[in-house]
Design a protein around this ligand. Structure first.
Ligand SMILES: NC(=O)c1ccc[n+]([C@@H]2O[C@H](COP(=O)([O-])OP(=O)(O)OC[C@H]3O[C@@H](n4cnc5c(N)ncnc54)[C@H](OP(=O)(O)O)[C@@H]3O)[C@@H](O)[C@H]2O)c1
Length: 324
C-alpha cells in the first residue's frame, strides 16, 4: 500500500445508530439498502428539506438529539460538467459548508466511525494513469470542476486532521463515476451515463433515427455500479483505518463511444450516433488505481453491461418520479 495504513477487521455493531447523510441520493440510497441487507437496524436519514446541512445550528441540534455512533457523509451538491462550470460558487460554498458542519458536529458529539465521500475529480487533470491516491495535490485540477474538487480536498484534509488531532479512525473514499438506480437523469444536471440512458431511451420512444452526443467520444472513463460502491464503503469502514483516501472503482475503463454502444444496446436503439467534436471532452482519461482497495480485500462484482441493463429497467419503471 502507498502511505501508512492499517487494517481493522472490526465489525460495526448492527444495532448502533447509523446516520447516512444524503440517504435519498444515488450513493446514500444504495448505502441505505446495503446496510439494511447486512442487518443494520438503527438507520437514520433526513432529507435536505427536513435538515439543511448548510445550517450549522440545525446540524448540531440533529447530532445532539440523534447521537449517531456511525456516519457516512454522502450528502453533497453534485452535478455534471455543465452544472459545475455554470455554478462554481454553489459547488464550492455549499459543499464546504455541508461537510464542515457535519464533520464538526460528528466530532463534537462523539461519532466513533465516519466515512467521508469525495470524488475522483480531486486528482490532477494530468495525473499518471491509473491514478494513485498519492497523486493528490501534485498538479493542476480539471478547470471545469475545480471548485467542487477543492471543496472535496478540504474534506479529506479535515478527516486527516481529525485523525491526527483526536486519534479517531475516520476515513475517506474516492469513488470513480457511479451509476445505478436513483441516479439523476435530468438533461442539464446529470453525469454522462444517466444522460446517455435518457437520450437513447427517448430516441427509442420518439423513433428518432439520429442522436448527437457532445465531444469526440474518445475520452476513457471508468464506471462503478452504485451497489458495488455501497458494498465497498461498508467494507472499508469495517476493514480499513488509514489517513490516505481510498480509491473506489473497478480498475477498468471504456471510451465514451463504447459506453454509448452499450447503452444503445440496452435500450434497443438502432439509429445512428453522431459525435459533435466542437464540444469539450474534458479530461482525456480517468481511471483509478484500485490496488489499495483490492489490498483491503474488496473488488467490484457487477459488470458494466449488466449494471447498465438493470439501470435502464429501473429508469423505465420510474419515469414518472425521476428527478426533473
Ligand atoms: N454520482 C457519482 O458519480 C459520484 C461519483 C463520485 C463521488 N460521488 C460522491 O458521492 C456523494 C453523493 O453523491 P450522489 O451521486 O449520491 O449525489 P445525489 O444523488 O445528488 O445526492 C446528494 C444527496 O445530498 C443531499 N443534499 C444535498 N444538499 C444538501 C443539503 N444542503 N442538506 C442536506 N442534504 C443535502 C441530497 O438530499 P435531498 O435528496 O434530500 O435533497 C441528496 O440526498 C458526493 O459526495 C459525491 O461527490 C458521486
Amino acid at each position: 500500500m502507498h502511505g501508512a495504513t492499517s487494517f481493522l477487521a472490526r465489525p460495526l455493531e448492527r444495532d448502533a445508530r447509523f446516520y447516512i447523510a444524503g440517504h435519498r441520493g444515488l450513493v446514500g440510497s444504495a448505502i441505505w439498502r446495503a446496510l439494511e441487507s447486512q442487518g443494520f437496524t438503527n438507520l437514520v436519514g433526513r432529507t435536505s428539506s427536513e435538515l439543511d446541512l448548510k445550517n450549522r445550528e440545525a446540524v448540531f441540534e440533529f447530532f445532539s438529539t440523534q447521537k449517531p455512533k456511525y456516519v457516512i457523509l454522502a450528502a453533497a451538491k453534485v452535478g455534471g460538467i455543465l452544472a459545475n462550470s455554470s455554478f462554481p460558487v454553489d459547488f464550492l460554498s455549499d459543499n464546504l459548508r455541508i461537510q464542515v458542519n457535519v464533520l464538526d458536529a460528528a466530532l463534537a458529539h462523539g461519532v466513533e466511525r465516519l466515512l467521508f465521500l469525495g470524488s475522483s475529480c480531486i486528482y490532477p487533470k494530468y495525473a499518471d494513469q491509473p491514478i494513485r491516491e498519492d497523486s493528490l495535490l501534485t498538479g493542476h485540477l480539471e478547470p471545469t470542476n475545480d471548485a467542487y474538487a477543492i471543496a472535496k480536498i478540504a474534506g479529506i484534509m479535515q478527516v486527516q486532521a481529525i485523525r491526527r488531532q483526536y486519534g479517531l479512525p475516520w476515513i475517506s473514499a474516492m469513488p470513480t463515476n457511479l451509476y445505478g438506480p436513483g441516479d439523476n437523469f435530468s438533461p442539464t444536471g446529470s453525469h454522462v451515463l444517466p444522460a446517455l440512458i435518457r437520450r437513447y431511451d427517448e430516441a427509442v420512444s420518439s423513433g428518432a433515427s439520429q442522436i448527437v452526443n457532445w465531444g469526440s467520444g474518445t475520452p476513457r472513463r471508468e464506471f462503478l455500479h452504485v451497489d458495488d460502491m455501497a458494498s465497498a464503503c461498508l467494507h472499508l469502514l469495517e476493514n480499513y483505518d488509514g489517513p490516505e483516501q481510498v480509491n473506489v472503482g473497478t480498475g477498468t475503463d471504456v471510451t465514451i463511444k463504447e459506453l454509448a454502444d452499450i447503452v444503445a444496446q440496452a435500450v434497443g436503439y438502432e439509429g445512428q450516433t453522431v459525435w459533435d467534436s466542437s464540444k469539450p471532452d474534458g479530461t482525456p482519461r480517468k481511471l483509478l488505481d484500485v490496488s489499495n482497495l483490492s489490498n483491503a480485500g474488496w473488488t467490484a462484482s457487477i459488470s458494466l453491461e449488466d449494471g447498465i441493463q438493470s439501470t435502464v429497467s429501473w429508469y423505465r419503471s420510474h419515469l414518472a418520479d425521476i428527478r426533473s
